[in-house]
Design a protein around this ligand. Sequence first.
Ligand code: PLP
Length: 286
Amino acid sequence: MRIVYVNGEYLPENEAKISIFDRGFLMADGVYEVTSVLDGKLIDFAGHATRLERSLGELEMANPVSQDELLTIHRELVERNGIDQGMIYLQITRGAPADRDFAFPDPDETPSSIVLFTQNKPNLADNPVAKKGIKVISIDDLRWGRRDIKTVQLLYPSMGKMMAKKAGVDDAWLVEDGFVTEGTSNNAYIVKDGKIITRERSHDILHGITRAAVLRFAAEAQMQVEERNFTVVEAQAADEAFITSASTFVMPVIEIDGAELGDGTPGPVAVRLREIYLEESRKAAV
Ligand code: PLP
């Protein structure tokens, strides 16, 4: 049984409770972060903590813990749950006011709720899926207009995953005004003639912490990077494609809407970037 963290307490998971009036539950009024753990250490913790502050700031939501406390809680959960490889899920919501109301409650009367739990994934780094690559379909991006804020409004991404599953593939790429925005829970990239192409940062996509690191490592390795929009047709004609996220790192994509990329196996740029990312982020882990 897991030990989880809820509003200042470490508890067995079956004793952890959140109010039915919590605005995360009633209104998806909450933000989250997922930080990976490799070798018992946190990958890119500072990046996730910084983005958390930004998400909270954009929603005028109070952070119930300091950055130092957050690091302590993450480490404590890794320790107490004996996590070698896996993830830490963190969620902060606008708390539980006395009654349901659309207006935000006064933060002095209604403190934010905070919950963290671990997810044990012994094969996170050595994921066999990365050796084969994944297949994706494209679907309309019907999410709200502030995808740069990491909120818990994940119904449409969940529907997208189910559409992919029904189509017999692994994930969906979201398309708006003819251009790919990102994957359901990851950033999307194509590679053409050695150049890495990915959508630029805006309100349209989540500013992935893994994206930032991968683009930095790519530049350091003298790879060419272009941040611009691309279509599904351009992606289908690319030499290779991949996604990034905190839990998949760099994951090759081998098929888009039934069109095989290259020879249908993970491309060299994606494979190399995965190696570099794992090596460098493990070195910098805390
Ligand atoms: N884009 C979306 C919509 C996501 O949900 C995620 C992660 O959950 C990402 C991109 C990747 O972000 P990160 O690399 O910080 O995990």
